[in-house]
Design a protein around this ligand. Structure first.
Ligand code: ZN
Length: 196
């Protein structure tokens, strides 16, 4: 596992200090467990922290020549703005519009997808279904999906054939139950079931 970079350790300190990250034993819908839980509602509420995390995500893709950053959810949309802002040259941003509960791409945005190098960004990836479905939708619009990025993921690291980068995963692992330290330890406890 990669050591979190200096910027990331500062983020972890901030998250803990503001109780945006609490320690414990948690079970996610994906079936994976973790030893810490992020407050997904407040995670992006502070623009200073959001911009730092957006910069750190963008940095992973500095050499990938991203033209468009696309977000499948309203929660990912705010983060996508920061990521696009820090890419050089700055990328365009596309959000999905929910129609009958299904994410769609507005017709006047198709030019920003078709033939473009696209980075998908969501705030959190839990089961991976949403971002995987969105990657397929972008490919149906002839977008070239270059990568997937998120603040934290409890899903498989490869989704719809694309590598997923989870910024905080280096410090908060998403364990399969057979290697979860809280399940395996002598003081093992039942996990708190997270509703997502
Ligand atoms: Zn566990």
């Amino acid at each position: 596992m990669d050591q979190p970079e200096e910027l990331d350790s500062a983020i972890f300190e901030y998250l803990r200090a503001d109780s945006l990250l609490v320690d414990g034993h948690f079970a996610f819908r994906s079936g994976r467990h973790s030893t810490a839980l992020l407050d997904r509602d407040r995670l992006l509420a502070d623009p200073t922290a959001a911009s730092r995390m957006g910069y750190a995500l963008a940095k992973q893709f500095f050499t990938a020549h991203i033209e468009t950053v696309a977000a499948p959810s309203i929660w990912g949309a705010g983060l996508a703005q920061w990521v696009a802002y820090f890419l050089e040259p700055r990328a365009n941003v596309v959000y999905a519009t929910p129609r009958n509960g299904v994410p769609t791409i507005a017709g006047n945005l198709h030019d920003l997808i078709s033939g473009r190098r696209v980075l998908l960004i969501d705030n959190l990836v839990i089961s991976g279904e949403t971002i995987a479905r969105f990657a397929k939708l972008l490919e149906e619009h002839d977008g070239e999906v270059i990568g997937l990025g998120t603040l934290w993921s409890s899903s498989d690291p490869v989704l719809a054939g694309h590598q997923l980068f989870g910024l905080l995963n280096a410090g908060i692992a998403a364990y399969t139950t057979d290697v979860c330290p809280r399940c395996m330890g002598t003081d093992s406890t039942d996990p708190t079931v997270v509703p997502y």
